[in-house]
Ligand binder design. Structure first.
Ligand SMILES: [Zn+2]
Length: 131
């Protein structure tokens, strides 16, 4: 994983806070960039590039699991070109995901795309060679 300058994450977080909208409250306070959210989970990027998760339960905001962390980095890199450095590097022997064919997302009948949910892909678009 490459490193992204904290200033870039801070700037994006400030922009998200100013823009408002669903899920932007994390950018206002405590100052984390919301990179992915569903009903049950919000993935947050700290200025240091760490990933925290809010499952909307009594635990509050906690450290992400390795899978959540990677997924958040891929979502961040997909949503913000400045954060491409967070994208996990593809091993030379990796192969395109059989479900999303390397795109990291799959088309929906309505024409929109949704992230690839294949477990081994984790929305990267590639999978280990023998998975
Ligand atoms: Zn895939």
């Amino acid at each position: 994983m490459s490193i992204v300058a904290p200033e870039i994450i801070v700037r994006l977080t400030e922009e998200q806070a100013r823009a408002g909208g669903p899920g932007s409250g994390y950018a206002v306070d405590p100052g984390y960039l919301n990179v992915f959210g569903t009903i049950g989970c919000v993935l947050l990027l700290t200025p240091a590039g760490e990933v925290l998760v809010d499952h909307h339960d009594e635990e509050g905001i906690v450290e992400a699991t390795p899978d959540e962390r990677e997924f958040a980095h891929v979502r961040a890199a997909s949503g913000h070109p400045e954060l491409r450095g967070l994208m996990p590097s593809r091993p030379a022997d990796a192969v395109d995901c059989p479900l999303c064919h390397g795109a990291g997302s799959v088309p929906l009948p309505n024409g929109h795309r949704v992230f690839c949910g294949a477990e081994q892909c984790n929305s990267r678009g590639w999978v280990p060679p023998h998975s």
